[in-house]
Design a protein around this ligand. Structure first.
Ligand SMILES: *[C@@H]1O[C@H](CO)[C@@H](O)[C@H](O)[C@H]1NC(C)=O
Ligand SMILES: *[C@@H]1O[C@H](CO)[C@@H](O)[C@H](O)[C@H]1NC(C)=O
Ligand SMILES: *[C@@H]1O[C@H](CO)[C@@H](O)[C@H](O)[C@H]1NC(C)=O
Ligand SMILES: *[C@@H]1O[C@H](CO)[C@@H](O)[C@H](O)[C@H]1NC(C)=O
Ligand SMILES: *[C@@H]1O[C@H](CO)[C@@H](O)[C@H](O)[C@H]1NC(C)=O
Ligand SMILES: *[C@@H]1O[C@H](CO)[C@@H](O)[C@H](O)[C@H]1NC(C)=O
Ligand SMILES: *[C@@H]1O[C@H](CO)[C@@H](O)[C@H](O)[C@H]1NC(C)=O
Ligand SMILES: *[C@@H]1O[C@H](CO)[C@@H](O)[C@H](O)[C@H]1NC(C)=O
Ligand SMILES: *[C@@H]1O[C@H](CO)[C@@H](O)[C@H](O)[C@H]1NC(C)=O
Length: 861
């Protein structure tokens, strides 16, 4: 039964019937056969072979060279883009719509395709100039024919000298073999088969935006992989070394119907697709596409953003700071209204939520960093060559910086990423286009019904609950008791509690007892209704959207570690943004390290200091390496290391850089570069990417201070008028490591573990290496502190480091960073030193200094 059906399908009718059928519905075949209707068979077989000297004229579209049974024919068709120019093409039965091969260049109406007596096939222009030729002169070509599979072959007798299958354009048809070294092209896009059997798509021969391997059944030692398409719609790779071909894709109408041509095409939109076309229909249907259209590199042109409306991909510009290159073709991309070069000092990063800039090999490897979202924005802003950046929020912490001329954007509500584009002057956002269109009316009506129902239900519930509440608590003294119980529950569950501003006002007695003031605002002591003592941080300069603020809060509060200060709750009300942290009884580390002699009651012994160093390292390791959204702290310093009642170290203020007002770029910039001088890694000011290694640098400075009890940037006669850290490194280099150690440690404690101290000193010098790559990771540092990992001796400090004279002499070659030099100068650095350090595109040196010093001053007590 089954076989019979198959047979039926394979030969649906007699050749004669079929031919007649074709004639009725097909225009092109009708044209070519019209003249010889009475001699049907003769005619079709006679026209299969093209003899030397034949010519096709572009002026006569009816003229064609058909295949023996008329399935394919070679003739002129008008080019889609320009009806007055013509392409010599092989088309599938059913008209000019389904072109399976063509000579790339078009000619005018007086052009012609000539099969010369020399055996050369030549396309000439109206002016007589040769546009294309097969270069088969003198190769013994005696005839040409188009066979029923669509192959145009120039032959010497029966041997093929040249064939269109061997010179594919943008399409592969069944029974065509596509091999390594061949290429399909469409505009800037190309498609190749690699020698390992992978299918690859390329943009401008440089960006590989798709690379798909065959299933493992065939992978391995391929000798001569070939890509083919079965007529039933299976795309496969075969190889002499493998008995069975590997399936790459199925056409969605696979094995359906009869008399359907399926073909693989590299479309002009850069996507690799399988189409099917029913015979004589003259139309084609998409059956498979290799990739999500918006992931095709360059689909929307340079700076274009691809997104989907209900059904199809659309191209748009990132904001009103851009205009389309061609108003009639959104795929041509966008350009800035004002070039970045034309506005030094006022470049801004435009933020695009749920958007990414496509990053494919070879770009992929060279521009990727592991940094937080705000550092990803900032790194691009301060880098002269960077034009855009993308920060993935998928837990990898990946940041891509784009310094190329061509970027290709993709926007989709489901994309977990945020992108930034550098623009000039103030950001002018796109109007949200879908609002208020007629299409949404149905939806709106629906929404109204939902809103009314929800409101009514809620109102009913409130009445009911209010009644219950009133009846239960009419006699109870305070409602507060209940609400604090709720808070206790929520607190225990680990989710951040939301407080009202009033509640926090009450908890802090009207913000009376100030604990300190950090870069993000003042901190006050408070007591919650459940008697938990808390530190309430009143954030300043944050006008972030409620939703985003909550998201950041969720991220911070989901970061739990013994050595990280715990976020208990938050308040977001009107302009008020507050964070509620657990209270640390012993304050911050700086109080213990840099106290004067008299205040020795607050001194920490070595064991305590070592535990603080280790705890801090563990907390930061968690931020860098272990938690879901990796966080670069950006401001590690003793003020941000808090001590609980048992002198356990807890790192505070992590994740805050994200909270800063995204609209005010200058403020954001400053608070992102808010790391305190002396602790700030050189790359902050040297226009280099900020990574977790920047935290390592800051940690190294803190570690040195833990050992020495001295600020790393202190300058004194004792230190030879050099910055302490630099002097210490030199002393260490001379073998006088013990000079660095805090004298007070010798006095109070006889059992000083010298081995541990020296280990800490060496680690600190590893951490403050100029080259980020020379610094160890935090995880490694923990192991080194614990003595699990051997510590190599840090490289000797370079001589001739003379940092005390001027803040602007930056010695980049020194092992200890240039910035240390810079921070050494006691008076505030001149604005010129900022300018030379490459931050100038962000804000003028003066502005930067003014604003930042206000931050820094409030930071250091
Ligand atoms: C065709 O000829 C015209 C006139 O000589 C010339 O301008 C045009 O560039 C030619 N087209 C091609 C594709 O060579
Ligand atoms: C054409 O084919 C014949 C026979 O196969 C061969 O002898 C001859 O050399 C070929 N001509 C050319 C130019 O290759
Ligand atoms: C024409 O020939 C091709 C290849 O031999 C075959 O697949 C197709 O069915 C034929 N078409 C007709 C109408 O005979
Ligand atoms: C394609 O490859 C197969 C297997 O190698 C071969 O039999 C067939 O003749 C080739 N087709 C063409 C058109 O070269
Ligand atoms: C394509 O590459 C060429 C050279 O590699 C380059 O000159 C050209 O600008 C690129 N095109 C685009 C649109 O970037
Ligand atoms: C081939 O494609 C697979 C994915 O299908 C990829 O993992 C592999 O690296 C690719 N191989 C090469 C050589 O590009
Ligand atoms: C690839 O192989 C896996 C198992 O190894 C199989 O599940 C899958 O269907 C195969 N895919 C294709 C396209 O053949
Ligand atoms: C590939 O070839 C090498 C040596 O010829 C052989 O050792 C290896 O097993 C082969 N791999 C596969 C997947 O066949
Ligand atoms: C989607 O975009 C396409 C192409 O821009 C357009 O033709 C179509 O009308 C749009 N559809 C909707 C629902 O907006």
């Amino acid at each position: 039964m089954l076989r019979q059906e198959d047979d039926l399908r394979a030969s649906p009718s007699s050749p004669l019937m079929d031919e007649l059928q074709q004639m009725i519905s097909s225009t092109i075949v009708t044209r070519s056969l019209l003249l010889c209707l009475p001699l049907l068979f003769l005619c079709s077989s006679a026209s299969a072979q093209v003899s030397l000297g034949s010519t096709l004229n572009a002026s006569n579209l009816a003229q064609a060279w058909p295949s023996p049974n008329g399935t394919f024919s070679l003739g002129f068709v008008s080019a889609a883009a320009d009806p007055s120019s013509f392409l010599a093409a092989i088309t599938y039965a059913g008209g000019s719509a389904v072109v399976v091969w063509s000579i790339g260049s078009a000619v005018d109406s007086s052009g012609s395709l000539q099969f010369l007596s020399t055996g050369n096939l030549r396309l000439v222009n109206g002016s007589g100039s040769t546009v294309w030729e097969s270069n088969t002169t003198g190769k013994g070509v005696t005839s040409a024919d188009i066979d029923d599979t669509g192959n145009l072959v120039l032959r010497n007798g029966t041997a093929s000298v040249w064939s269109s299958f061997a010179h594919p354009t943008d399409t592969i048809v069944p029974s065509q073999n596509f091999t390594v070294g061949q290429t399909l092209r469409s505009g800037l896009y190309s498609f190749n088969l690699s020698s390992s059997g992978n299918l690859t798509l390329w943009w401008n021969n440089s960006i590989e935006y798709w690379n798909q391997g065959a299933n493992s059944s065939i992978q391995g030692n391929l000798t001569h992989p070939t890509l083919g398409l079965q007529s039933i719609g299976i795309l496969y790779i075969s190889d002499p070394s493998s008995s069975s071909p590997a399936t790459m894709a199925y056409s969605s109408d696979y094995a359906e119907g009869s008399d359907i041509l399926r073909f693989l095409r590299l479309d002009s939109d850069g996507n690799l697709k399988i189409f099917s076309s029913a015979k004589n229909s003259g139309s084609m249907t998409l059956r498979w596409a290799a990739l999500d259209q918006c992931k095709v590199f360059g689909y929307c042109g340079n700076l274009g953003i691809c997104s989907y409306n209900d059904s199809s991909p659309m191209c748009g510009c990132p904001s009103q700071n851009f205009v389309p290159v061609d108003p009639y073709d959104s795929r041509k991309g966008c350009k800035r209204k004002v070039n970045i070069e034309d506005c030094p000092g006022s470049a801004t990063m435009l933020e695009l939520d749920h958007a990414l800039f496509l990053t494919y090999p070879p770009e992929l490897s060279s521009q990727v960093f592991f940094v937080g979202i705000s550092a990803c924005r900032l790194n691009c802003l301060v880098s002269g060559s960077c034009t855009a950046s993308t920060s993935l929020s998928d837990g990898t912490g990946l940041c891509y910086l784009k310094s190329v001329n061509f970027v290709s954007g993709y926007e989709n509500p489901a994309l977990p990423s945020t992108s930034y584009v550098k623009v000039c002057g103030p950001v002018v956002l796109n109007p949200s286009s879908l609002e208020g269109t007629g299409k949404n009316k149905g939806w709106r009506l629906h929404a109204w019904v939902v809103v009314v129902v929800v409101l009514a239900t809620a109102f009913g519930l409130i009445l009911l609950e209010g009644g219950l509440w009133w009846s239960c608590f009419r006699n109870s003294t305070r409602f507060g008791a209940l609400s604090s119980q709720y808070q206790l529950l929520e607190y225990a569950s680990g989710a951040p509690v939301q407080f009202t501003y009033k509640e926090l006002q009450r908890a802090t007695k009207g913000f009376m007892e100030k604990l300190g003031a950090g870069g993000f605002g003042a901190v006050y002591r408070g007591v919650l209704t459940n008697r938990t003592v808390v530190a309430v941080k009143q954030l300043e300069g944050i006008e972030q959207g409620e939703k985003q603020f909550r998201m950041e809060v969720a991220t911070i509060s989901s970061t739990h570690h013994l050595n990280l200060v715990r976020l208990i709750g938050f308040c977001s009300e009107g302009r008020h943004r507050l964070l509620v942290y657990e209270f640390m009884k012993n304050g911050s580390l700086d109080d213990f390290l840099f106290t004067s002699e008299e205040n020795s009651g607050k001194l920490l012994n070595w064991e305590q200091r070592f535990n603080v160093a280790l705890g801090t390292a563990r907390g930061i390791t968690y931020l860098h390496e272990e938690c879901r959204d990796c966080i670069v702290h950006c401001d590690i310093k003793p003020e941000n290391i808090l001590l609980d009642e048992n002198y356990n170290a807890k790192v505070s203020d992590f994740g805050l850089a994200k909270l800063v007002n995204p609209k005010d770029h200058r403020y954001r910039t400053l608070t992102s570069v808010r790391g305190t001088r002396g602790y700030l890694a050189p790359e902050w000011l040297a226009n280099l990417p900020i990574t977790s290694k920047s935290d390592i640098y800051s940690y190294g400075m803190v570690l040195l201070e833990i050992v020495s009890g001295r600020r790393n940037f202190d300058v004194s006669v004792e230190t030879n008028n050099k910055k302490f850290s630099m002097w210490a490194y030199e002393e260490f280099g001379k073998g006088n490591g013990e000079n660095i150690i805090d004298k007070r440690l010798f006095g109070a404690n006889q059992d000083l573990n010298m081995e541990q101290v020296m280990r800490a000193i060496q680690i600190s010098f590893w951490c403050i290496q100029e080259q980020p790559s020379h610094r160890p990771t935090m995880g490694k540092i923990v192991q080194m502190l614990e003595g699990i990992t051997e510590i190599e001796r840090p490289p000797p400090p370079k001589a001739a480091v003379d940092g005390s004279h001027s803040g602007s002499s930056i010695n980049v070659s020194s092992n200890i960073s240039a910035l240390s030099t810079f921070a050494a100068s006691a008076p505030p650095p001149s604005s010129s030193s900022f300018r030379t350090s490459g931050v100038s595109p962000v804000a003028s040196g003066r502005d930067m200094e003014k604003a930042s010093s206000s931050h820094l001053n409030s930071d250091s007590k």
